[in-house]
Design a protein around this ligand. Structure first.
Ligand SMILES: [Zn+2]
Length: 483
């Protein structure tokens, strides 16, 4: 439709050009201007030939062939018209190239849809709704999706609490960085709210990597049509760990299908190039992001794929499909699929605080770090081996952050006294390193410091470890009364 409209608009310009060239030949010609004019005329001839090669009927009626021979000679008006005409001809050619690419994409898309359905063992119930976006529109859509879910204030509060835990630098522009990361990397994405598959317009399906990305996104369309992605706790605001686990099912499933698609369609060399380049490209853009953001973005894909591979091993894709009815509830279940597969399933222990107000103030953040978050925290402040050991044995956690007291209360529960002690030791090390308090008081299962912040860390008989961290010592009694 767009093309036929352009087509109708053209001949008028060329008729005008013919008239100008035919009637305004000048006697005295400036050599430089004349040269530029010649070049424009030659370019015009080439562009018209290119446009006609694609559409022989284009400009056929009423167009004067002698006009573009340049015999009319140079005139400022002729220059102006030729420049404009050439720009429009180039736009027509670019538009047709894009239309051809989109048409070619359609055929390739249908073939990828067929393969994805066959691999996943699910049929598309209705045609996939494709939307093609440019880079700016992708960023706008990503930003719009984010602000539909989280307000500016929620982003701010989230950042403040994560900074208090030691997971993000204070004042980190989380929302902006997130949009940058997603907006720049995405070749395609699926939106469970609009049920549309968005593709970046320059992501040609001639490119093997883009075909692989499409196989991944088409799996999301299948998931949505069969299981309803909106029903999953992907955007739950009070339990980041549960949201990460649900995301790991969805992304892990799609990554597993994508991997199988790659194996079926690519030579070994292409496979190697594609995997290496897709990861190095993503990693480069992720490099400058804080560890927490980086690892939580990658977690659903890498760990989720391993989790889904375990389900697949236990019962093929049917087992993966069944998981949508009872999605994994913690990153611990994703990291250790046996916790999810066990009967009864090892579910997180809920931490109940009937009233979360302290000194009459409601927390600005009430959330859960989870085993993966704890691993990231200790990897950042200590080392990866200590982190993995300290985070294992996680059974539940919950934190509250109060803006007025700049106060954090974080309660964790562990499967045994030994597991609790490992976490306690790692957190104590972190606090000592982070705050360098001058005179900390330590005893078995207890760590306390009063400067520069008021810190209390203790392990209880119930395999719990409780951290209180506040900038205002007068908040301590009220905070201690909470757990
Ligand atoms: Zn995905």
């Amino acid at each position: 439709m767009l093309l036929s409209l352009r087509h109708l608009a053209k001949p008028a310009i060329f008729l005008a050009l013919a008239a100008v060239l035919g009637t305004t030949g000048c006697e005295r010609k400036e050599p430089m201007a004349e040269r530029r004019f010649r070049i424009l005329v030659e370019e015009n001839t080439r562009l018209i030939a290119a446009v006609r090669a694609q559409d022989p009927n284009y400009l056929a009626a009423g167009y004067d062939e002698t006009a573009d021979s340049g015999e009319g000679g140079y005139s400022p008006e002729g220059m102006r018209i030729l420049t404009a005409a050439n720009a429009e001809l180039r736009a027509i050619l670019a538009g047709r190239d894009r239309a051809r690419a989109l048409e070619a994409n359609k055929t390739v898309r249908a073939e990828i849809e067929r393969q994805v359905a066959a691999i996943r063992g699910l049929e598309f119930k209705q045609p996939v709704d494709y939307q093609v976006l440019n880079r700016k529109e992708i960023k706008q859509t990503v930003a719009g999706k984010l602000s539909d879910v989280f307000s500016e204030k929620e982003f701010h509060d989230m950042t403040e609490a994560l900074a208090a835990l030691g997971l993000l630098p204070a004042g980190f522009p989380l929302r902006e960085k997130y949009i940058d990361l997603l907006g720049e990397q995405i070749a395609a994405f699926y939106d469970q709210h609009t049920h549309k598959l968005y593709m970046y317009e320059d992501a040609s399906l001639d490119n093997a990597q883009n075909r692989v990305v499409l196989a991944h996104e088409l799996t999301h369309a299948l998931q949505d049509q069969h299981f309803g992605l909106k029903a999953l706790p992907l955007e739950i605001k009070t339990n980041d760990d549960r949201a990460a686990a649900a995301s790991a099912l969805v992304e892990g499933d799609a990554t597993l299908v994508m991997s199988e698609y790659m194996l079926k369609n690519m030579s070994k060399q292409m496979l190697k190039d594609s995997v290496v380049s897709s990861f190095t490209q993503n990693m480069k853009q992720l490099e400058t992001a804080p560890r927490y953001l980086r690892e939580m973005l990658v977690f659903p894909y890498l760990r989720g794929q391993e989790f889904c591979a375990s389900l697949f091993g236990a019962g093929d894709y049917a087992a993966v499909s069944r998981a949508y009815a009872e999605p994994p509830s913690s990153s611990a279940q994703i990291l250790h699929p046996q916790k999810y597969l066990a009967r009864p399933r090892e579910e997180p222990i809920a931490i109940a605080w009937p009233d979360t107000r302290v000194r009459g103030e409601k927390p600005i953040s009430d959330n859960c770090v989870g085993e993966m978050g704890i691993r990231i925290l200790f990897t950042e402040w200590l080392d990866a081996a200590t982190a993995e050991r300290a985070a294992a044995g996680w059974r539940g956690d919950r934190y509250l952050y109060f803006a007025g007291g700049q106060a954090l209360v974080w309660k964790t529960v562990w499967s045994s006294a030994e597991e609790a002690a490992e976490f306690f030791a790692a957190e104590q090390q972190l606090l000592a390193k982070r705050h360098a308090s001058p005179e900390p008081r330590t005893a078995p299962g207890s760590y306390a410091a009063d400067a520069p912040r008021t810190l209390r860390l203790r392990q209880t008989a119930a395999h719990e470890v409780i951290l209180i961290d506040t900038a205002h010592a007068d908040w301590l009694p009220a905070l201690e009364a909470l757990p």
